[in-house]
Design a binder for this molecule. Structure first.
Ligand code: NAP
Length: 209
């Protein structure tokens, strides 16, 4: 929504928010594409501890998701992983995360990257208008995702702030965490859908069976 003008003279920090259960190639391609298109200095992956709006039962433990994310990003010098949300027992509100990463860094612009489906519900997030004032959102979508639906849903409720949301269509996001979990449960291969160390971690810890 709106054209993007790059803020100058500041560090541009990307925060990649998600449950990452498990992390996969679609997430990595999205973060790398966002880094390049938005001239981000680096991208920090922030696995959600207890995602708001979600029942924790059925979600893999935060420690497993954190370790898989760490294994997935290790070969990219521009990628980092944060324990900030997984070390907090309360629900992971993005506003608190943004506040944490903005602390003491007046010279930073924050770009929050996550799925367009999640951003579609942003009006239900804690203090969402304040959130939209404090950072830029990068909504990544799968091919075939109806972008007009996102604009229609958000247009009225985010009036005046929609220029803070940018869309990025990522063909590799045809892969989803749900798809990977289902394949593991069926005994099907997930090779190449997620980095090899993550695949080995899933096998070793018998996740998703
Ligand atoms: P989700 O329901 O697990 O995911 C929604 C959709 O977005 C799924 O299709 C998912 O695909 C995709 N997705 C999620 N994270 C992505 C990413 N980083 N890159 C690309 N696609 C992604 O969403 P969630 O993990 O609970 O929430 C996403 C983020 O929003 C988290 O950081 C969460 O803390 C934040 N959030 C904040 C609030 C709040 O502050 N109140 C409320 C809700 C969500 P995959 O399953 O393949 O990942």
């Amino acid at each position: 929504m709106g054209s993007f003008s790059q803020p100058k003279g500041k560090t541009n920090i990307g925060l990649m928010g998600g449950t990452f259960d498990p992390i996969h190639i679609g997430h990595l391609v999205s973060a790398e594409e966002a880094r390049q298109q938005f001239n981000l200095d680096y991208v920090t992956f922030v696995p959600a501890g207890l995602p708001p709006h979600k029942d924790a039962t059925g979600i893999t433990s935060p420690e497993h998701r954190y370790l898989m994310t760490t294994l997935a990003v290790m070969s990219n010098p521009y990628f980092k992983v944060s324990r900030f949300e997984i070390d907090h027992p309360e629900p992971s509100y993005t506003l608190d995360t943004i506040a944490h990463f903005s602390k003491g860094s007046q010279a930073s612009n924050i770009f929050f990257i996550t799925g367009a489906d999640a951003i579609m519900e942003i009006t239900t997030w804690k203090n969402y208008r304040q959130l939209l004032e404090r950072c830029v959102f990068i909504a990544v979508s799968r091919p075939g995702y109806s972008l007009s639906r996102l604009w229609e849903t958000l247009g009225a409720s985010c009036a005046g702030l929609t220029e803070k949301i940018h869309l990025l269509e990522i063909p590799a996001l045809a892969i989803s965490s749900t798809f990977i979990r289902e394949r593991v449960a069926l005994g099907k291969t997930i090779r190449y859908l997620t980095p090899e160390p993550v695949e080995q971690y899933i096998v070793k810890h018998q996740l998703y069976l």
